[in-house]
Write a protein that binds this ligand. Structure first.
Ligand SMILES: Nc1ncnc2c1ncn2[C@@H]1O[C@H](COP(=O)(O)OP(=O)(O)OP(=O)(O)O)[C@@H](O)[C@H]1O
Length: 576
C-alpha cells in the first residue's frame, strides 16, 4: 500500500474549528441564537399541557386559549427552525468553500515526490469524498446536533425547574449513557481512521487502474488489477462493518437509557402524587418532557457518528498542509551546484543512487548518460529539488535545494521533462501557471524565445485563446514549446532536461532543439541524454551506471579513455 499523506492532529482540527468560528462569529451566533430560541419555544408546549390537565382536573373549562397558544407556539418553533437551518446552510457553504480553496492551494504546494509516493488517489479522495463528508456534516449534522443538543440541555433544565423531585428519575440515565458511550468513543475514532484510509486505497487503486489501463491490458494484467480492486474494496467494506458493529452494540444501551427513566418517573410520580407532593399536571408535564427528549437524543446518537466521520475527514483534508515543502525562506548565495554523498531510494527496501558526488559550476552544460534504469532521471529529480536525498546533500549556492520554498526554487532550477500537459484555459493562464507578475509583452516575448511567434500570430484571440480539452488542440511539440516559454518567464539559472525531445518526431525535435538553444542561452544545463549525439556538444559528460557516477569528463577525453562512455557510444553507433 502507498505511503499516506499525513493526518492532521485532533489539536490542529480543533484549532481550525476555533479560527473558523472566530472568523464567522456573527453568523455563528445568529444560527445558535435562532436554534436556542426554537428550543425554548418548544419547551412551553409541555407546560401548557400540564396547565391544561390541572385545569380540567380542577373542573375549569377555559381550554381554548391554551390550546390556541399551543398551536401558535408550534408554528413559531417550526418557522424559527427553518430560518435557523437556512442560515446554518449558508454558513456551512461559506466555510466549506474556504476550506476547499485552502486545500487546493496547499495541494498545489505539495512536493511532487510526496504526491507520487502517496498516490494521486489519496489526494483525490481527500479533495472529493472527504470534502463531501465535511460538506454533509456542516450542512446537516452540525445544525441537527445544535438543535438536538440545545433541546436536550434546555429540556433537562426545564425538568429540574418544574419538579426537582421527579427530575431525580433522570439520574438512572447517567451511568448507562456514561459507561456505554465511554466504551463506544474509545473505539470509534481509530475505526473511522482505518475506514477512511481503506476508502482512499480504493480510490488510489481505481485511479491507477484507469490511468494505466492500456499498459495493464497490453501486459495482460487486467485480471490482477480486478483482483486487487476487489481486495481493497473488500477491505473498505470490512472497515465499514467494523464501525457498524460498534454502533449496533452501543445503540441498545442508549435506547435503554431513554426508556428506563420514563418507567422510573411514572413510579416516582405515582408515589409523589399519592403523598400530595406533586400535582397531576406536573407529572404530565414531566412525562411529556421526557418523551420529548427521546427524539433529540436519538438524533444526537446518529449525527455524532457523522460528525466523528467528518472530523476524521477534516483531519485528512487539513493533513495535506503537513506535507507541504518545508519551504524555509532561505535563498541561495550563488549558482554552483554541489552534490555530496547522495544516496536515494524510492522505497526503504531498494536504494537507487549509492553515493553520488558532483560539482557543477555555473553556466556548465553537463550531459548525464548511462544505461536504462541506472538512475539518471532520479539524479535529475534530486538536482531539481523535486525529491530530497535520503542521505547526503544537494545544494545550490550553499542552500539545500529540496528545502527551498517553491517560489524561490522556481527561480533557481527547473526540471523540464517530456510530459507537458496543456491545461483547459486561456493561453495566458497556461503561461502564467507558476504564479508571477507578468505583462502581456513579457508573455509574447517568452513565446518568441520559445519559437512560437508563428503559431501565436495565427491564434484567433491572441493570449485569450482557449486551449486544451474542448478548445484549440495543441500539438505535442507546441505543448513542449509552451513549457519552454514558462521556463523563460520563471527565468531559473539552471535547467534540468530529462529526455525533453525524445517523444517527438525528428522534424519537431529539431524545431524544439532550436527553440531550446534559445531558451537555455546563459543558463546552467544538466541534460539527461538518451541520444548520445547531444553529449558531444556538452562541456562534460557524466556516466551513471547502477546508481554511481563511473566516469566524468569532456566527451573527447572519455572517448579516448576507452571506458564505459566509449562503450556506450560504440553500442549506440552499432545500434544506428
Ligand atoms: N517512481 C518510482 N518509484 C519506484 N521506483 C522507481 C521510480 N522511478 C524510477 N524507479 C526505479 O529507479 C531506478 C532508476 O530509475 P531512473 O528512471 O532514475 O533510471 P534512468 O537511468 O533514468 O532510466 P531510463 O533511462 O530508462 O529513464 C529504476 O530501477 C527504476 O525502476
Amino acid at each position: 500500500m502507498p505511503v499516506r499523506l499525513p493526518l492532521a492532529t485532533a489539536k490542529a482540527a480543533r484549532a481550525w474549528l476555533r479560527t473558523t468560528l472566530r472568523a464567522h462569529r456573527g453568523s455563528f451566533a445568529t444560527v445558535v441564537g435562532l436554534f436556542s430560541l426554537a428550543a425554548v419555544t418548544g419547551l412551553a408546549g409541555p407546560q401548557i399541557l400540564g396547565h391544561l390537565v390541572d385545569s380540567v382536573a380542577a373542573g375549569h373549562a377555559d381550554i381554548e386559549l391554551p390550546a390556541v397558544l399551543f398551536v401558535v407556539l408550534l408554528v413559531v418553533q417550526a418557522v424559527l427552525k427553518r430560518i435557523a437551518r437556512v442560515h446554518a446552510g449558508i454558513l456551512g457553504e461559506q466555510v466549506l468553500a474556504e476550506t476547499r480553496e485552502r486545500f487546493v492551494g496547499q495541494a498545489l504546494q505539495l512536493p511532487l515526490s510526496t504526491v507520487e509516493a502517496a498516490g494521486t488517489g489519496d489526494l483525490l479522495s481527500r479533495a472529493t469524498t472527504d470534502a463531501d463528508r465535511i460538506d454533509h456534516a456542516v450542512r446537516n449534522a452540525v445544525p441537527q446536533i445544535a438543535v438536538a443538543g440545545m433541546t436536550v440541555l434546555l429540556t433537562v433544565v426545564a425538568m429540574v425547574v418544574t419538579s426537582p423531585l421527579l427530575a431525580l428519575g433522570l439520574l438512572v440515565t447517567v451511568p448507562l449513557l456514561y459507561f456505554s458511550s465511554r466504551w463506544y468513543w474509545a473505539r470509534v475514532p481509530s475505526t473511522i481512521e482505518r475506514m477512511l484510509d481503506a476508502w482512499a486505497d480504493v480510490q488510489t487503486g481505481l485511479h491507477e487502474t484507469a490511468d494505466g489501463a492500456r499498459t495493464a491490458e497490453a501486459l495482460g494484467l487486467i485480471g490482477r488489477r480486478v483482483t486487487l480492486g476487489r481486495r481493497t474494496l473488500g477491505g473498505a467494506v470490512d472497515r465499514e462493518r467494523e464501525l457498524r458493529r460498534l454502533t449496533v452494540k452501543w445503540v441498545p444501551w442508549v435506547q435503554l437509557s431513554q426508556v428506563l427513566p420514563i418507567a422510573v418517573l411514572l413510579l416516582l410520580g405515582a408515589w409523589a402524587y399519592a403523598r400530595g407532593l406533586v400535582g397531576l399536571g406536573t407529572v404530565t408535564t414531566m412525562v411529556v418532557y421526557l418523551q420529548a427528549l427521546a427524539g433529540p437524543l436519538e438524533e444526537l446518537l446518529w449525527w455524532t457518528e457523522d460528525v466523528q466521520v467528518s472530523g476524521t475527514a477534516l483531519r485528512r483534508v487539513l493533513g495535506v498542509r503537513g506535507a507541504e515543502r518545508a519551504g524555509r525562506a532561505g535563498r541561495s548565495r550563488g549558482r554552483e551546484i554541489v552534490v555530496r554523498g547522495v544516496r536515494y531510494g524510492y522505497s526503504a527496501q531498494r536504494e537507487v543512487l549509492h553515493g553520488i558526488d558532483l560539482r557543477i559550476p555555473p553556466g556548465e552544460r553537463l550531459v548525464i548518460v548511462g544505461p536504462s534504469g541506472a538512475g539518471k532521471s532520479t539524479l535529475g529529480r534530486l538536482l531539481a529539488g523535486v525529491a530530497a536525498p535520503g542521505s547526503g546533500s544537494v545544494t545550490i549556492g550553499g542552500a539545500e535545494v529540496s528545502s527551498l520554498a517553491e517560489d524561490v526554487l522556481r527561480g533557481e532550477v527547473l526540471l523540464l521533462t517530456q510530459e507537458h500537459h496543456v491545461f483547459a484555459g486561456s493561453l495566458r493562464e497556461n503561461l502564467t501557471l507558476p504564479a508571477g507578475e507578468w505583462q502581456d509583452a513579457d508573455l509574447v516575448r517568452a513565446l518568441s524565445v520559445a519559437g512560437l511567434t508563428g503559431w501565436f500570430s495565427a491564434l484567433p484571440d491572441g493570449l485569450d485563446t482557449r486551449l486544451g480539452a474542448g478548445s484549440l488542440a495543441v500539438p505535442a511539440a507546441v505543448a513542449q514549446q509552451l513549457a519552454l516559454a514558462r521556463v523563460v518567464l520563471a527565468d531559473p539559472h539552471t535547467v534540468v532536461l530529462d529526455e525533453a525531445t525524445s517523444l517527438l518526431d525528428t522534424s519537431s525535435a529539431r524545431q524544439l532543439e532550436r527553440s531550446l538553444n534559445g531558451v537555455l542561452e546563459g543558463r546552467t544545463v544538466i541534460a539527461i541524454a538518451h541520444r548520445l549525439h547531444t553529449a558531444a556538444a556538452a562541456d562534460r559528460v557524466a556516466v551513471v551506471e547502477d546508481g554511481r557516477i563511473t566516469e566524468l569528463g569532456p566527451h573527447a577525453r572519455l572517448l579516448s579513455a576507452g571506458g564505459a562512455y566509449a562503450r556506450l557510444v560504440q553500442a549506440a553507433a552499432v545500434g544506428v
